[in-house]
Design a protein around this ligand. Structure first.
Ligand code: HEM
Length: 182
């Protein structure tokens, strides 16, 4: 079969995304997780931020178990994935730009965050969660992302299963590719 490969779209970074251009690329590293009543665990993660030329960065995250086997999981067993879009709006007055993040999770939950970007730090404080009747009860989360010595570091707190807002995850990822498309 003959296949004609036509040129793809021109992919420039939309200028509105300049405040979060430091996120672009593929990042890989390790994190630690835990929660009230849960033993701490370690995980590996790959995160990709890429431009489609439209005014939102596309985002994907994959994680996997690392360390001693537990609860049927061993090194490399798949853990959570999430996917979404990050966009930027001008801040009010002299305020910092606003970041809006839409995320979908494969376990019956979608969420939207709104926050600020200050330099190379994104603080996602305001969040709404919607969930199906069968999803675990997650009420609220907040996230902080930032560059630390060239690495992408983040911390995620959540209020779930009736428990107060507390740390669930934190990680430090190294940039493995600067490409703005995977
Ligand atoms: C880096 C991504 C993530 C990893 C590696 C991860 C990993 C884990 C692990 C290993 C557990 C232990 C229980 C189980 O095996 O299911 C867990 C529990 C849980 N996770 Fe995550 N998770 C991630 C992201 C998230 C996100 C984004 C949410 C919410 C939107 C979430 C909500 C929960 C909830 C509600 C529990 C149960 C807590 C409880 O029973 O008290 N997780 N997670």
């Amino acid at each position: 079969m003959d296949v004609t490969v036509r040129p793809g779209p021109v992919v420039d970074l939309h200028p509105s995304l300049l405040p979060i251009a430091f996120l672009l690329g593929t990042w890989r590293g390790e994190g630690v997780g835990g929660y009230e009543g849960m033993d701490a665990f370690r995980y590996g993660q790959e995160v990709v931020f890429f431009s489609t030329g439209r005014p939102a960065l596309s985002y994907t995250s994959h994680t996997w178990w690392i360390g001693e086997p537990r609860d049927g999981r061993s090194e490399g067993s798949p853990l959570a994935t999430e996917t979404g879009f990050w966009r930027v709006q001008p801040g009010e007055g002299d305020g910092p730009p606003t970041v809006e993040v839409m995320l979908a999770h494969p376990f019956g939950i979608s969420e939207i965050y709104v926050g600020d970007v200050v330099g190379t730090r994104v603080e996602l404080r305001s969040n709404v969660v919607i969930r199906t009747a069968t999803a675990r009860r997650v009420d609220r989360s907040q996230r902080l992302y930032g560059l630390v010595e060239g690495d992408l570091a983040y911390a995620i707190d959540m209020a779930a299963e009736g428990k107060p807002l507390q740390s669930h995850l934190s990680a430090r990822l190294q940039r493995v590719s600067a490409a703005d498309r995977p």
